[in-house]
Design a protein around this ligand. Structure first.
Ligand code: KIV
Length: 266
């Protein structure tokens, strides 16, 4: 059992304390990040882009996710580990159950799925069978070909209304956590208030219950040379990676990250 559990995260939300989450893909960074006080390590399918050099997350397989989840588990010093179910690994309920089992057996404590209210049924079945689920709304990178690029979601009123309804439906179905990516700050604040489960943001403003960044982005590493607007380079002014990880946790916990400039307006 990790030191940080679902109950810990619920108490942090309840007490108005921020949750620090970071992506992680290997044992060494898992040890460093968990020792720095990162509450949640996300084995994101972003590994397809930042580790493997693909131009999207679509080529990532369940075997890739299980391999990196097992590595993160080996280095972890008490954080909660969430693993992404990759593209098409939960297209049917049977796939969602079998592939979640593979990730949980590799070391995940929770799985993350991208999508809206259509996920209610698999989320309910997973939760009933002992698998906590984080639901990912807003910019869902596995749907990049439907969305027409990596764009802010929820700017139009109809879209915003739908996202609020989806968040409520997913909580109702049994989701243990929500992740909002590239959502206007005001909308993310409303959703965080409306649901009881912890809401983690990335490019979703300062009012969510916690923050996540891609590890490589916050260390100032990028294949394209361009960081998204919502990223701060925590290596700036820091002598070591351990100091940068500590600075990230501090800034999330004291609310100084993200600043207004990292968010999006409607
Ligand atoms: O795959 C990932 O790293 C993610 C984060 C961008 C939230 O889902």
């Amino acid at each position: 059992m990790p030191d940080v559990t679902l109950t810990t995260l619920q108490s942090l939300k309840h007490n108005g304390e921020k949750i620090a989450m970071l992506t992680c893909y290997d044992a060494t960074f898992s040890q460093a990040a968990s020792q720095a006080g990162v509450d949640v390590l996300l084995v994101g399918d972003s590994l397809g882009m930042v580790l493997l050099g693909h131009d999207s997350t679509l080529p990532v397989s369940v075997a890739d996710m299980a391999y990196h989840t097992a590595a993160v588990k080996r280095g972890n010093q008490g954080a909660l580990i969430i693993s992404d179910l990759p593209f098409m690994a939960y297209a049917t309920t049977e796939q969602a159950l079998a592939n979640s089992a593979a990730l949980m057996q590799a070391g995940a404590h929770m799985v993350k799925l991208e999508g809206a209210a259509w996920l209610a049924e698999p989320i309910r079945l997973l939760a009933e069978r002992g698998v906590p689920v984080c639901a990912h709304l807003g910019l869902t990178p596995q749907a990049v070909n439907i969305l027409g690029g990596y764009k802010v979601q929820g700017r139009q009123e109809a879209q915003a209304r739908q996202m609020r309804a989806d968040a409520m439906a997913l909580e109702q179905a049994g989701a243990a956590m929500l992740l909002l990516e590239c959502v206007p700050s005001e909308l993310a604040a409303e959703i965080s208030q409306a649901v009881k489960i912890p809401v983690i943001g990335i490019g979703a403003g300062a009012a969510t219950d916690g923050q996540v960044l891609v590890l490589h982005d916050m260390l100032g590493l990028s294949l394209s040379g361009r960081a998204p607007k919502f990223v701060r380079n925590f290596m700036d002014g820091q002598p070591s990676i351990a100091d940068a990880l500590n600075a990230y946790v501090r800034a999330v916990k004291d609310g100084s990250f993200p600043a207004a400039e990292h968010g999006f307006s409607a």
